[in-house]
Design a protein around this ligand. Sequence first.
Ligand code: C2E
Ligand code: MG
Ligand code: MG
Ligand code: MG
Length: 291
Amino acid sequence: ADMALYRAKADGRGTFCFFRGEMAETVESRRVLELDLRKALAREEFELFYQPLVHLKSGRITTCEALLRWNHPTRGMVSPMDIIPVAEEMGLILDLGRWILRKACMECMRWPEAVSVAVNFSSQQFHQRDILSEVRYALEVSGLPAHRLEIEITESSLLRNTEWTHDALRQLHSAGVKISLDDFGTGYSSLSYLHNFPLQKVKIDRSFLEGIDTDRPLMLLRGVARLSADLGMAVVVEGIETTEQLELVSLDGTVTEAQGYLFSRPVSGVRIRELLDASHGRYLHDNNVKA
Ligand code: C2E
Ligand code: MG
Ligand code: MG
Ligand code: MG
């Protein structure tokens, strides 16, 4: 719940964060976290994990999403949900984001050519003035062709419905990079975002899977999927954990890709390469189901 409040602020909606429970303790541990974050970036203590997106018709891995991990010496694995908002408030997000982007592009160069990489951009990172040159530079130093990079933004990045936001998206699009709308349906969504902005992919949030074995939630998910598909976007459903969910989501053919623990949890760079090599990019979800 605390994180939701931090997020609200980081999203720039003017909501401030409040501390719950032991206030002093929270402030103190946050201060320590901030100091540690600075050091961690300098020492390159961060790591990227990768989680595949699977094309439903072919069973192929189309994309792997880069997910930030921080193996803290005393805290253990720190969730990106704790890191990103703090990095945003500290003004560290641009440096961290730059590291993530370059690292992910370089990693993708080691994968089969048909596999792309998806990189999450925080709202601040997306709204930096030289975003296009940041992206171009990451592609240049890594040698990754633009079409193999997908940038995941959330609805909060689109809240500033300005000429600039449109320009940035258009420029990235004409540079050949794909833009994908992450966690769709959780933010201050407006369905109009789907056609107002040049987006190539929509990732329907996993909260849409709740109660999907009953009529109405399934209709809602299908409606959103159909709408996105009709507007020409690829449709991904996130957070698939069971074969039942996969079957329901696959039924009418509008959902193009799926992601979730059923296929694979996020895994290390070494492990994802093994997975891609072993499967030749083909995802054997039958194996997984039986496991
Ligand atoms: P996201 O971009 O929506 O990423 C998906 C999250 O859902 C990941 O959590 C992933 O581990 C989790 N997930 C995937 N499949 C399943 C499933 O079947 N069931 C369940 N319960 N969860 C599943 P993670 O890695 O903890 O990341 C959380 C969020 O932190 C991400 O949500 C994204 O918003 C943010 N994040 C992660 N890495 C980065 C990054 O490099 N930069 C930025 N700006 N944000 C990041
Ligand atoms: Mg994402
Ligand atoms: Mg997501
Ligand atoms: Mg999510």
